[in-house]
Design a protein around this ligand. Structure first.
Ligand SMILES: Nc1ncnc2c1ncn2[C@@H]1O[C@H](COP(=O)(O)OP(=O)(O)O)[C@@H](O)[C@H]1O
Ligand SMILES: Cc1ncc(C[n+]2csc(CCOP(=O)(O)OP(=O)(O)O)c2C)c(N)n1
Ligand SMILES: [Mg+2]
Ligand SMILES: [Mg+2]
Ligand SMILES: [Mg+2]
Length: 321
């Protein structure tokens, strides 16, 4: 293998990347033709895309290429799970400078492939373009297996709000990395390689979830999208969030209230959903609040914590700074 992607050339790079992939049952035709053919037994395909840019979503001195691959796939596959669908495939649009070491690109592909495998999906294609900033434009596809999609707009007053997966770990890891540390490892690793609970999305759909979203920008911010789309308000109970002792310790060490990481930190890709109050919650979901009817002329969209607005730190917004 040659040293850089510039030396390898576009088609050499595509060959290197696709050689690392394997067929899986949901894929009728993998990369190599004008498009891939992904089986969708019920005739519908769930599709989503997220772009990741060096310096904004990841740093090469904080994460390995393999980590970036795992995280980029996870971020996209979590959106599929949050619809109540089973991930089937992703496509990778890769923008790379010519002096990018080939090993960075191939290790990225290994990470994408392995995270897809965790979710039961496969990389089925992509594109390679030269550009100044490493950019990954990923499309993920999924299969609803005959279920109705669980949308953001279905929450009803009286529903409970429940969550599964990690909350605040990635944000705590980001804080320590930003301060020049590489530990505690548990948080830094959570930032480098989030672990979305993929299976929980379809399981919640089966058990009657009324609305669902993955937490990419922050729990309060993402629940705000559910509340707005559903025309309801949501009240969370701070006491229902168990702050792990390790997180409390690192919060104290860096002077951050860990509740801020839990309520405003994104990128763990936990899955949060609303369920009818009488519903039997799937295993490993924690109730964290309730959906409340909007008061007065408001159209809803408010997320409060113990009845008060959460205005301490907003969620991630690409154009806020
Ligand atoms: N450039 C765009 N063109 C069309 N739809 C977009 C665009 N950017 C975002 N959206 C849509 O807006 C919604 C919210 O996007 P986003 O906040 O990125 O969701 P998520 O956090 O789940 O990735 C999604 O349905 C997404 O598909
Ligand atoms: C170098 C670096 N700085 C800051 C962050 C924090 N960060 C970047 S994007 C983001 C939010 C999630 O990404 P986004 O593109 O909004 O994904 P989506 O909501 O569309 O799933 C966060 C918390 C990071 N991951 N890496
Ligand atoms: Mg997005
Ligand atoms: Mg999402
Ligand atoms: Mg976002």
């Amino acid at each position: 293998m040659q040293g850089t992607v510039g030396e390898l050339g576009e088609f050499g790079l595509i060959k290197e990347l696709t050689a690392r992939l394997q067929p899986t049952p949901a894929v009728d035709l993998g990369p190599g033709d004008d498009a891939a053919v992904v089986r969708a037994p019920d005739g519908r395909v769930v599709a989503t895309t997220d772009v990741l840019v060096e310096g904004r979503h990841f740093r090469r001195d904080w994460s390995t290429a393999y980590d970036v691959g795992r995280k980029s796939a996870a971020q996209n596959l979590a959106d599929i799970a949050a619809m109540g669908a089973v991930p089937t495939a992703i496509l990778l649009g890769l923008v790379a400078p010519a002096d990018l070491p080939t090993t960075w690109a191939t290790e990225l592909m290994d990470g994408l492939r392995d995270e897809c495998q965790v979710a039961g999906a496969a990389v089925v294609g992509g594109d390679v373009v030269r550009g100044d900033t490493i950019t990954l434009a990923i499309t993920a596809l999924g299969d609803l297996q005959g279920r109705a999609p669980v949308v953001r707009s279905g929450a009803q007053a009286g529903d409970v709000v429940a969550v599964t997966g990690w909350l605040g770990w990635s944000a705590a890891g980001l804080t320590v990395l930003q301060r020049g540390f590489r530990s505690p490892r548990a948080f830094v690793e959570a930032h480098r390689r989030p672990e979305p609970p993929y299976h929980a999305g379809p399981a919640a759909a089966e058990l009657g979830a009324t609305a669902m979203i993955d937490v990419s920008d922050g729990l309060v911010a993402d629940l705000g999208h559910v509340a707005k789309a559903s025309g309801v308000d949501i009240d969370l109970r701070a006491a229902d969030f168990d702050i792990p002792a390790q997180m409390a310790d690192i919060g104290q060490a860096v002077g951050v209230d860990p509740l801020v990481w839990v309520l405003s930190g994104g990128e763990d890709h936990a899955i949060v959903a609303t369920f009818p109050a009488a519903a039997q919650l799937p295993a490993r979901w924690r109730v964290i609040g309730e959906v409340v009817r909007v008061a007065g002329p408001s159209r809803g969209g408010r997320v409060t914590v113990d009845g008060a607005p959460w205005d301490r730190v907003g969620g991630w917004d690409h154009f806020a700074e």
